[in-house]
Design a protein around this ligand. Structure first.
Ligand SMILES: Nc1nc2c(ncn2[C@@H]2O[C@@H]3COP(=O)(O)O[C@H]4[C@@H](O)[C@H](n5cnc6c(=O)[nH]c(N)nc65)O[C@@H]4COP(=O)(O)O[C@H]3[C@H]2O)c(=O)[nH]1
Length: 803
């Protein structure tokens, strides 16, 4: 059998002892005090008796020394009582007390031994010998027991006292004394063995006790750490035994369930715990019995599992449970409400438009995919409606993004009101919305929704105190005729929407092969437009205007064209809206201004009379802050006098941002540039506002001129604009005049100028110069012919008079 740790230590010296054990052993030497004092007193008393009885000087002297040592030891013991070895005392202190004790003990034993030896040598009295021997044996018996905790001291005392007795007995001689000496020696050996054995035993005992105490201390520390860890855990925790009884739980568990700390006590059943939780109002719609059924099955002997529990206040608690070896389980509770909400928010954001709350492109795509898949099974028909706000970019640019956002939010609310519960409205981004209309089969079904959408969007919207009006252009594609997948359907509805925009906006177009072709063309145009300026593919044509009363040319309008390498000469009606959307209109417009001004000067240099050149401005260009600088640069670069430049703007451009427009128009006017309102009658046509603008000319849109003779409404509008022009002393130009009858109508009502195919189509610069020259020549000829005719008539009259 291997010796235990204590046994091994007992055999080693002080240095190998743990400090606390050594301190305890040394402290044991000094207690109990009464037996000590009694032992010493008895020994000294017998020594005194022997001295008095024998009246021997040597014995008296030794007795005096013994008494002095006893007193010194008593002082030492009393001093120790005042300053006992404290817990955790330094090793040096312990060693000092041990040394002092050993010194006192050995001195006392040595002098006692000397007394015994002297008694045998000096006195021939068996009674004396018996007295000293009895006193010594008694002292040694007590000393061996007390000093066994430090066996070396015990052995030293035994040897120092008993060996002199044995030596004295031998010296005395005689059989009895010799037997006495031998017995004393044997007794010495027995006492030494006893001291060693007791010493080892007591050391073992103390070491074991020390180990136990250390273990207990470490367990207590571990418990404290466990308690601290339990209390400070961010998770709630509880442990159940195999009968489903609570073994331990922490404070956080009570916090999670809003219960006072200590509500869950060891020994409670799951059911008891759930009753507490139900009473606290955590489970408004579930009973403790229901909940317990759910838990108990999982707890005992269950598998590791994770589940979630919704509790009152919209909170979510995640429960993770693990079985433990003895058949019980540990359950961790985590309040995952915030995490769940963050995940839900992230998921929502990934699938919704944050601003309007509508499904975004991703979710709409998925919904449409599902609709396609479902329709594939039952051959169902549904429609995708693409909605784009007209002139939204202008509102955004002029009123600011905050206003634009508010407008989009309001539009989203209105669109949602136009559809049924099964339909979906989504915002794809910017001002683009798309709808999935499930319950529609015929174009007429869609038309009902489209009309509702147009009306809802057109209702004026007040944003940031400003009333705004927007319209919508709508494109529709049907499943399965216009596409068999989500992407194609959306793309074709988008193409139809562009068609609606091209055809005047605020209308609906259903996808068709024509639209498909146009949308392809649009893609081609979009791809080429960016480099058209650099590749020098843009050209200007000019259309002359004529004063109706006099017949002379009042000016020309510059109209841009794009010489597309594949599509030929592309009309501005097709690419200007595209340029407007992409912002390319700003550099294109800058080029038009510079080219038109330079051309006007070039014609003059060719010998033509000065012609005022009119240039169209687009909304985006008009809102661009470089416009004034661009105009000044065009005038300065060409040398054209400012009054020979006219800028054509639409009513809406002016009206929609008066704050920006009025100062700009005033600045242009101050520089002498002419201003004309184009397409008058198609927009706001607010007479009051026109009065405020520093404009020179109003152009009646050609859509009113086309049927001015046959459509009473168009007649009324044209007459009203002419009356307004007269009242405000503005020049009125009629656009799109194609017939002499239209011109006659306009002349009769006092229209100032006309522009249209009747007079001339837009012409390239050279042809324009030739046209003007020819026209002036023909006018001169007509004038000359008129004068010749007059002369001939006068001659005939004179001749007739003479006759
Ligand atoms: N049916 C018919 N049409 C006639 C008649 N007389 C003239 N037109 C057409 O009417 C348009 C007049 O220009 P607009 O109203 O300013 O309308 C212009 C203008 O708004 C825009 N545009 C043209 N050039 C520019 C430009 O340089 N910058 C900007 N921003 N827009 C331009 O494109 C529009 C269309 O220009 P165009 O295709 O050149 O079409 C021109 C012209 O060719 C007629 O008797 N009958």
């Amino acid at each position: 059998m291997r010796p235990s740790g204590a046994w091994r230590l007992a055999r080693r010296g002080t240095a190998a002892l743990p400090a606390d054990v050594h301190a305890e052993l040394v402290a044991a030497l000094f207690t109990p005090v009464p037996s000590l004092v009694l032992g010493w007193s008895c020994t000294v008393l017998i020594a005194v008796v022997v001295s008095l009885r024998t009246d021997n000087l040597v014995l008296t002297a030794i007795t005096t020394g013994l008494a002095a040592i006893a007193v010194a030891r008593l002082v030492l013991v009393l001093s120790y009582r005042r300053h006992p070895i404290a817990r955790g005392a330094e090793a040096a202190t312990v060693r000092r007390w041990e040394r002092l004790w050993a010194l006192g003990a050995c001195a006392f034993a040595g002098v006692l031994g000397l007394l015994c030896l002297a008694a045998f040598v000096e006195v021939d009295d068996p009674v004396t010998h018996l007295l000293v021997d009895a006193a010594t044996i008694g002292y040694i018996a007590g000393a061996t027991a007390r000093n066994s905790v430090r066996p070396r001291v015990a052995i030293a005392q035994t040897v120092l006292t008993l060996l002199p007795i044995a030596a004295g007995a031998l010296w005395r001689g005689g059989v009895a004394y010799q037997i006495f000496a031998v017995v004393t020696l044997l007794y010495t050996l027995a006492a030494v063995e006893l001291a060693v054995t007791l010493g080892r035993r007591s050391l073992r005992h103390r070491l074991a006790h020390g180990e136990k105490a250390a273990l207990a201390r470490s367990l207590a520390a571990q418990n404290m750490r466990f308690e601290a860890a339990l209390s400070n855990m961010s998770h709630g925790l509880c442990m159940f035994d195999r009968r489903g009884r609570l073994v331990v739980s922490n404070r956080r568990l009570c916090e999670i369930y809003g219960l006072p700390s200590g509500s869950f006590r060891p020994g409670m059943s799951v059911r008891d715990m759930l009753v507490r939780s139900v009473e606290a109002g955590n489970h408004p719609d579930r009973s403790a019995a229901e909940l317990a059924e759910f838990f108990e099955g999982r707890l005992v002997g269950g598998m590791p599992s994770c589940s979630k529990m919704e509790i009152a206040g919209g909170r979510t608690i995640q429960l993770s449970q693990w079985p433990i070896e003895d058949g019980g389980a540990v359950v961790l509770f985590e309040d995952v409400t915030e995490r769940e909400q963050a995940v839900a928010r992230a998921e929502w954001l990934a699938t919704h438009d944050d601003m309007t709350g509508l499904p975004n492109r991703t979710l709409f795509g998925r919904t449409l995919d599902d609709a396609v898949a479902a329709a594939r099974g039952d051959g169902g028909r549904f429609a995708v409606m693409f909605i784009d706000l007209d002139r939204f970019k202008f509102i955004n640019d002029s009123l600011g993004h905050a206003a634009g956002d508010l407008l989009l939010k309001e539009v989203a609310v209105r669109l949602a009101r136009c559809v049924g519960a099964d339909d979906v409205v989504s915002r794809l981004g910017g001002d683009e919305f798309v709808m999935l209309l499930r319950g529609v089969h015929e174009a007429e079904d869609v038309a009902v929704v489209a009309r509702a959408v147009l009306a809802a969007v057109a209702e004026p919207i007040v944003v940031l105190g400003q009333e705004c009006s927007v319209t919508a252009s709508i494109g529709v594609a049907f499943h399965p005729t216009d596409g068999h997948d989500a992407e194609t359907l959306t793309r074709n509805a988008d193409a139809a929407m562009y068609m609606a925009k091209d055809e005047g906006r605020s209308c609906v177009r259903v996808f068709s092969p024509v639209i498909e072709r146009r949308s392809f063309e649009r893609l081609v145009l979009e791809a080429g437009l960016r480099g058209a300026l650099e590749r020098d593919e843009l050209v200007l044509h000019y259309q002359p205007k004529r004063r109706i009363a006099t017949g002379d040319i009042s000016g020309v309008e510059a109209l841009v064209r794009w010489r597309h390498p594949a599509l030929g000469l592309v009309s501005p009606a097709r690419f200007v809206p595209l340029a407007e959307e992409t912002g390319l209109i700003v550099p294109i417009g800058r080029w038009v201004l510079a080219t038109a001004c330079a051309q006007a000067v070039a014609w003059q240099r060719q010998g033509l009379a000065p012609l005022r050149v009119a240039v169209n401005l687009s909304p985006r260009q008009f809102a661009d802050e470089t416009l004034l600088a661009d105009i000044e640069a065009a005038l300065a670069g060409s040398g054209l006098p400012p009054d020979l430049l006219e800028l054509e703007i639409t009513e809406s451009m002016v009206v929609e941002n008066l704050g920006h427009t009025l100062p700009l128009l005033t600045a242009l006017r101050e520089r002498g540039v002419h201003l004309a309102i184009d397409d008058f009658g198609t927009g706001y046509s607010s007479m009051a506002l026109v009065k405020q603008f520093p404009v020179d000319t109003i152009k009646i849109d050609r859509s009113f001129i086309r049927d001015v003779l046959s459509n009473p409404e168009d007649t009324a509008i044209a007459e009203a604009v002419l009356a307004l022009g007269k009242a405000l002393d503005l020049t009125i130009v009629a656009e799109g005049v194609e017939t002499a009858a239209q011109e006659a109508f306009l002349r009769e009502r006092g229209c100032d100028e006309m522009q249209g195919y009747l007079f001339s189509r837009p012409l390239p610069p050279d042809e324009m110069a030739a046209f003007v020259t020819d026209y002036e020549l023909s006018r001169l000829k007509v004038l000359a012919a008129g004068q010749e005719g007059t002369r001939n008539r006068r001659g005939r009259t004179r001749r007739a008079g003479k006759a």
